[in-house]
Design a protein around this ligand. Sequence first.
Ligand code: NAD
Length: 294
Amino acid sequence: MFKKKIPNKNIDLGKFNSLDNLKFKADIIIDCSAEPAVEISRKKINKVIKSNLLSTFNILEKAEKDKSKIIFISSSRVYPIKRSYEKFKTFKRFKKHQTFNENLNLNGQKTIYGFTKFASENLIEEYNYSKNLNYIINRCGLISGPGQYGKVEQGLISLWMWNHMNKRKLSYIGYKGTGDQIRDVLFIDDFCRLVLKQTQNFNRFRNNLFCIGGGAKNAINLKRLTFMCEKITGNKLKISKKVKTSIYDIPYYVTSLNKINRYSNWTPKISLEKGLNEIYKWMKLNQNRIRNFF
Ligand SMILES: NC(=O)c1ccc[n+]([C@@H]2O[C@H](COP(=O)([O-])OP(=O)(O)OC[C@H]3O[C@@H](n4cnc5c(N)ncnc54)[C@H](O)[C@@H]3O)[C@@H](O)[C@H]2O)c1
């Protein structure tokens, strides 16, 4: 990890034509530019449209000019909020995980963040249809791992671990403060392994959209995350409750890996326990350097 130095061109992708003067040509462009915090997208619509959607447009224009292929990092938040409530209800009734797949109906409100990712997915598919641009879309659930700085708005797993390690305050927000909300966690090394495979065997995955995430095996609710963080750090916090649920939050997301498994033998290898321990090790080792980012 962190061994290769990647040159940073410091270009604002949220400005029209921002890549026009970039001489560098790529075989494959990995589009992961975004303001990724859902709650921020509610307040800063202008910024989010620019950084998430206009950025994809700029990348598509550059890709078309240079005949590059695109790998786009999309988000599970393209699913309507109501779908998450429906799945959560069924999960509680049958005590069996209800996964989200590529064929679900996407009609309904998703948050401005979700809209921009959905619009980017659509724009990429239009460029494929009309301009022959080749793409892979990875529609990702929650991603975590060493190197991620956590805030309340984004990076929940890191935030939970850091605050346990440093005995800082935490709250269960929404859903009556129960900590019942569920996500599946994909650890970054597993995701990088997939993206590497996709760059090396692009044609196998070409012009497809895949749901990518930790899957049912790596699904966890917040209460259990607390328990695991306590076990790893040896610290027990008194977690407060904020009962009000944001209209932008969702109670449940777990990824179906069926399609990606039909296209490759990739599957997440890092368990919750291993992934959380790796985050903790990274935090312990780098705590002075990273303290200001939390
Ligand atoms: N972290 C997750 O759980 C998760 C889940 C699903 C999808 N994603 C997607 O993965 C990608 C990376 O997200 P992340 O969580 O690592 O967040 P991040 O904030 O670490 O990464 C986003 C990157 O986009 C860059 N960026 C933002 N606006 C820009 C602009 N106008 N011009 C140029 N660069 C700009 C930022 O500098 C940053 O490097 C995003 O596209 C996000 O939507 C993340």
